[in-house]
Design a protein around this ligand. Structure first.
Ligand SMILES: [Zn+2]
Length: 464
């Protein structure tokens, strides 16, 4: 048995960063899990077809493994408002099926080549305004309106400058307005990438609710799947033998030079397709989770050692929001939740949860009378938190613990290490820690997120 005094001494000697970060309420999660994560085979036997189309039709999708002037692409059809739509990568609407087949049949006729709709140039939404409408009033039923509203909020909480502009209900497809179409029993939702001509988003009553809708909106805003990044093999392993078989029983083929069936959901994209800069984010909203499209034999995706396991689609990560911000650079005034107070934000405590120091939309800061580092206080809302277990910090000076500033801030223009230091812990390298009695109210010289931030403050080996 360890006495309480001994335990306190042991605890106080531990240098354990304790960062107070509320998690989303668990009760809000169960409805949001993509059903595919729980299915061990294709529930409606979608027929996946591979066609050969000219590279010119896919100007930004020309995989380097394709030879000559054509590339193979696998799709399955879903019902659209006017014509059937061709889906690739599991949930991405590429074009209409006739449009795709027209490309395929003309693969040797250069004069008829025309880029498919999805790849209209610069297909982000002008001015960061997503124009949308429902196909009918009844399309909003079965929880679709609630899930859509929640999904848009999950994005605008992070990106307050982003706008969703609703237009009157109409069955007609409009060139520049996304039409929200209700489907039933598809076990999946589908979206184009970016603004598509006469675009449609298919919202199913059984596709996973707000979490899946949020993922589809990621596509609509212009994001691809994270697991299709060219560098993904450094972070994850695709277990193709565990991927769903095709409806005819043939096994999936996952590339790299060739894919078929559901293996094409894990097709690695060419570096030229998009700007893949920035760290690989296995926790991205746009990353398939291990058991999506997986048979009962095991996970389709496995994280390599040290890489966080991908999770079911719920909320955008800060990295997801950063990518959207880069796509809409002219509109983006900041990312709420990155820990940096940017124009239009009243606060930013490094997360997107309500009920803590700063609201999910960075507009309301909880009132707080603590504005200097008091590491012995659990309620240190201005200073992010203490760098030690709170139980180990004492007010009598026995232990000189420090407080972590929010990202990008430091205590003083004087970079004297007796006032403030940086500490070499994983994920905290760009944070400044200050001594008790000081306030983190000075922006670092380079206050952007990243390991280069606040480098003028000396790094020390440990908290002291
Ligand atoms: Zn997707």
């Amino acid at each position: 048995m360890v006495s309480s005094t001994t335990l306190a001494t042991l605890l106080s000697g531990l240098v354990v960063p304790v960062f107070v970060q509320a998690d989303p309420a668990a009760s809000s999660l169960p409805d949001d899990v993509l059903p595919a994560a729980n299915l061990t085979s294709d529930p409606i036997d979608r027929e996946i077809t591979t066609v050969e189309i000219p590279l010119d039709a896919l100007p930004s999708l020309n995989n380097t493994s394709a030879s000559g002037e054509t590339a193979n692409i696998s799709y399955f059809p879903i019902e659209g408002l006017k014509e059937p739509l061709a889906v690739v990568y599991g949930d991405v609407i590429l074009s209409t099926v006739p449009e795709l087949l027209n490309q395929a049949s003309n693969s040797n006729n250069s004069e008829s080549k025309r880029a498919l709709s999805i790849f209209r140039s610069g297909n982000v939404w002008p001015n960061g305004v997503v124009k949308y409408k429902w196909r009918s009033e009844s399309a909003k039923n079965s929880g679709r309106l609630e899930a859509w509203t929640e999904a848009t909020k999950r994005w605008t909480d992070l990106l307050p400058w982003l706008q969703f502009e609703e237009y009157p209900v109409s069955e007609n497809l409009e060139e520049d307005i996304l039409t929200l179409v209700d489907t039933t029993g598809q076990y999946a939702c589908f979206s184009p990438i970016g603004q598509q001509w006469y675009g449609q988003m298919m919202l199913d009553d059984a596709c996973g609710g707000a979490g899946t809708y949020t993922h589809e909106l990621g596509h609509t805003l212009g994001l691809y799947h994270e697991q299709q990044r060219p560098d993904r093999d450094d972070y994850i392993i695709i277990n193709c033998e565990n991927v769903w078989d095709s409806s005819d029983g043939s096994p999936a083929v996952c590339g790299p030079d060739w894919c078929s069936g559901y293996g094409c959901n894990f097709y690695k994209l060419d570096p030229s397709v998009a700007d893949w800069s920035g760290p690989y984010d296995s926790l991205s909203l746009m990353h398939y989770s291990p058991y999506e499209f997986a048979k009962s034999s095991g996970p389709a995706i496995e994280a390599r050692p040290g890489v966080p396991t991908p999770q079911p689609h719920e909320f955008p990560t800060i990295l997801d929001a950063n990518r959207v911000c880069e796509l809409y650079a002219d509109q983006c005034t900041g990312v709420c939740g990155n820990g940096i107070i940017e124009p239009g934000e009243d606060c930013d405590d490094g997360n997107n949860f309500d009920g803590d120091g700063c609201s999910a939309n960075c507009k309301t800061q909880r009132s707080c009378d603590v504005n200097i580092c008091e590491p012995w206080r659990a309620d240190s809302c201005h200073i992010t938190t203490s760098c030690t277990a709170l139980g180990g910090a004492t007010q009598n000076g026995q232990f000189n613990h420090m407080c972590a500033c929010r990202h990008g801030y430091k205590a003083s223009k004087d970079n004297d290490p007796s006032l403030q230091v940086r500490l070499p812990w994983a994920h905290q390298k760009n944070r400044v820690f200050v001594r008790a009695g000081f306030s983190c109210d000075v922006l670092c010289d380079d206050w952007q997120l990243g390991t280069e931030s606040c480098k003028e403050v000396q790094e020390e080996p440990a908290c002291y």
